[in-house]
Design a protein around this ligand. Sequence first.
Ligand code: 5GP
Length: 200
Amino acid sequence: MSESAPKSDGLLLVISGPSGVGKTTITHEVERCLGGTFSVSVTTRPKAAGDVEGRDYYFISEQEFARRRDAGDLLEFAQVFGKYNYGTPRRPVEEQLRKGNLVILEIDVQGALQVKEKMPDAFMIFVLPPNDQELLRRLRRRGRDNEEAIQRRYAAAKAEIETARRSGAYDHFIVNDDLDKAVKHACDLVRQRRIGAKTC
Ligand code: 5GP
């Protein structure tokens, strides 16, 4: 708690968007093209096929999550889809920012709003699907869920978009119609922000 506040030379980039919108791909492409550091979250959700511990998430128990949350070790946290807990470890983010680096969080709107409140200089991008039909099509195409779960995710996605719009916390809404264009758009926005802030 006695740690000094991060200096403002680094940039905290928050990327949010509903599931199925391609935000994970965009996040990792932005990390690659701009040399940022992806913040690996902790979560209580079970590890899925293809998930790598320490790369995608740190998979921890509910008890461990509660311990870290109560100790103030999480910059933000949220229960996503009313089920599992997710949170951003605070210390690595602050360390990277202090070094003047770009730190990228891919988190949901509830968490993003907490970050914006604590760190008003955070640069906030929300990724949108081209339209509702395409969002539904992409959720189905993932082949992960049954129709009931797909409809739940669809309703949650629409609510998340609405909350993001109403919050006024996001600097930019980008539409992922064409992945390459969306990645370029996101990278350009971050570059402009950093130049504007005279940090690169
Ligand atoms: P998934 O379980 O499909 O990887 O992620 C589900 C949702 O949780 C996504 O919207 C993702 O952005 C969000 N999420 C991942 N990590 C965090 C985190 O640390 N904090 C918050 N608030 N949301 C997260």
